[in-house]
Design a protein around this ligand. Structure first.
Ligand code: G6P
Length: 608
């Protein structure tokens, strides 16, 4: 889940490499580096920490080459030091790598025995030496790469430049995304189209096992068996302007504020607003009436979207739902039969564990559907059906608008499958669709209450631990709220089912620990009130996220209330996500944390 880029141009490429890396920093920001070929020799600059450190270094010590590669790192093997930063080099080449080389230890032993000297702790360095070893045996750079690739196990995307080869860049892809971009007399390489958006919108995605030879005049593609192959050239829509922060201080703030618009756009894609029904933009790949089970798999925030949707699928479509985090699911060997459907949920469409689950489900003969935000991603391409979220590029590491768009799509799917199974009356379907249509407006209302959230964030910023409670579909949202808080403020937070409180977490409650309760006025609201009373009776400090009617009815002495607009409860998680996100955001801002690039995290996790 590092980001890699490469350019063969007609003028110095360093500044553009840095610009492209800036767009990939969401993939990792432990260190960064670039290498360019100057006067036939490779020169590199690397720096620990964020990209700005590398940029500052390049100002002092510029690189002038017309061909180069760059990397932004999320450390897997070896500490995030300058010495472990990419590119990694040998006497003949430099390489950048995203992914993990699983057999690097045995390769390293073999190459060390042959006299290669390793200077870093990374898995990547073996790639540099392995290709060098083949070149030492007399092979050309392209033959050396072709010979080395089959020896690498794991998931990787690679970019190479070579000593004395000013018109050559080689790329390879196995399980990690990689795109080639076309320019006028220049060519580009990047982990995704977004990285290349300022330079080109003409892209080819490498398929798994592919490798490519780039020169200034074009590109040749080869498959895993080294046979020349054609790969489609497409136009992307990742336009350059989409990734600026607008008037906001952080991408996360911008993305929170965009939600009424992008959720509206997503819903419009799935709803027939004038006739008050769901109209999917694709055929379901299965007979919904005969469907026996749904399996939902995802990671992180996307997993919590799936957990919320479980409540909807069970209630509206009366279908049993199994859900698991992808890293567990893939190794459980769960039995899946052909009458079931597996839904994977992923913003990036590249998360390694989620992708592995998709492939597992297909091997088991299941139909698959992917709820994804990136239509060209591997998961989108491999699933039988793609259900697109129209959130646009999400840059903040903490997912916000992708989550609410995922919820919107899953809600529409639950209604559509309920309709097809005859478990929803037309009247109920119409009611649900009207509720969904109201969601973007309600989100806008929730956003207007931001000043109140900012005040509450000042209180939260002093806490060491926070408990988040919810019942029913608000329970997964409580976990998502806690995750957001952990991710960007580093405050320890736990999300719990309100009814489980008395089975353990109640022991933690004292005057120091804020308890945030997500309590829309729904069928289980009274039960949640009882749980809040249990907290209040023990001197706990309750922060309530609810509408005025619910707050008044509870008649509890709350420490603070995050006021919500009144709404029908079915899709409350989509609207109540907004204050949970804003609470985490403003708490992190008050604490002076790096909101868009929290420590140790990365947005796209393409390693297991
Ligand atoms: C990382 C991100 C999360 C995201 C998760 C799953 O952990 O930081 O925000 O929810 O990966 O990513 P995906 O792209 O599959 O939704």
């Amino acid at each position: 889940m590092c980001g890699i880029v490469g350019i063969i141009g007609r003028e110095p490429v360093a500044a553009r490499l840095v610009e492209a890396l800036k767009r990939l920093e969401y993939r990792g920001y432990d260190s960064a580096g670039i290498a360019t070929l100057e006067g036939g020799h490779l020169e590199r600059r690397r720096a620990e920490g964020k990209l700005r450190n590398l940029a500052a270094r390049l100002e002092r010590e510029p690189l002038l080459g017309h061909v180069g590669i760059g990397h932004t790192r999320w450390a897997t093997h070896g500490k995030p030091t300058e010495n472990n930063a990419h590119p990694h080099s040998s006497v003949r080449l430099s390489v950048v790598h995203n992914g993990i080389i699983e057999n690097f230890r045995e390769l390293r032993e073999e190459l060390t025995a042959r006299g290669h000297v390793f200077v870093s702790e990374t898995d990547t360095e073996v790639v540099a030496h392995l290709v060098t070893d083949e070149m030492n045996a007399g092979k050309s750079p392209r033959d050396a790469v072709a010979a080395a690739l089959p020896r690498l196990r794991g998931a990787f995307a690679l970019g190479f430049v070579f000593e004395g080869e000013p018109d050559l860049l080689i790329a390879a892809r196995q399980g990690a995304p990689l795109a080639v971009g076309y320019g006028e007399g220049e060519m580009f390489l990047g982990s995704d189209a977004l990285a290349l958006a300022p330079f080109t919108d003409s892209i080819t995605y490498l398929e798994d096992g592919d490798w490519a030879v780039l020169t200034r005049d074009g590109v040749e593609f080869f498959d895993a068996l080294n046979a020349p192959v054609m790969r489609a050239r497409i136009r992307t829509q990742a336009s350059a302007f989409l990734i600026d922060k607008g008037n906001h201080r952080h991408f996360m703030a911008k993305e929170i504020h965009e939600q009424p618009e992008v959720v509206g756009r997503t819903l419009a894609h799935y709803l027939d607003m004038s006739n008050g029904c769901v109209r999917l933009p694709f055929e379901l790949p299965f007979d919904a009436a005969k469907l026996t089970r749904l399996t939902i798999v995802a990671c992180g925030t996307a997993y919590y979207a799936g957990l919320v949707a479980k409540y909807w699928f069970e209630r509206f479509a009366r279908i049993p739902v199994e859900i698991d985090v992808a890293s567990e699911f893939r190794y459980r060997e769960p039995p899946l039969d052909a009458s079931g459907l597996t839904i994977v949920v992923s913003q990036s469409g590249e998360t390694a564990d989620t992708l592995a689950c998709l492939r597992y489900a297909k091997e088991q003969g299941q139909k698959t559907l992917a709820v994804v935000n990136v239509p060209t991603s591997t998961i989108a391409r491999e699933a039988d059906t793609m259900a697109l979220t129209l959130a646009g590029p999400e840059i903040g590491v903490a997912s916000t608008k992708a989550f609410t768009c995922q919820l919107s799509v899953l809600a529409c799917l639950a209604i559509a499958i309920g309709h097809a199974r005859g478990t929803l009356s037309l009247e109920r379907e119409g009611e649900l669709v009207s509720q969904l249509i109201a969601v973007p407006g309600l989100m806008a209302e929730a956003i207007k209450r931001e000043p109140r959230i900012e005040q509450i964030a000042t209180v939260l910023s002093k806490a060491k631990d926070v408990l988040y409670l919810g019942r029913g579909a608000s329970f997964p949202l409580a976990m998502e709220g806690a995750l957001k808080l952990k991710e960007i403020s580093y405050i320890h937070a736990e999300g719990y089912a309100a009814g489980e409180l008395k089975h353990g977490p109640i022991a933690l409650i004292d005057e120091n620990m804020p308890v945030i309760v997500i309590a829309p006025h729904d069928a289980v609201y009274e039960k949640t009130v009882s749980n809040m009373q249990e907290v209040a009776a023990r001197g706990g400090r309750i922060i309530l996220i609810a509408d005025k009617r619910a707050a008044d009815e509870a008649a509890i002495d709350f420490e603070a209330i995050a006021p919500m607009p009144e709404m029908e409860p079915d899709f409350a998680p989509i609207v109540y996500a907004v204050p949970a996100q804003m609470l985490a955001y403003h708490t992190a801002v008050v604490m002076g944390k790096d909101v868009d690039q929290p420590r140790n995290l990365a947005k796209s996790v393409t390693v297991e």
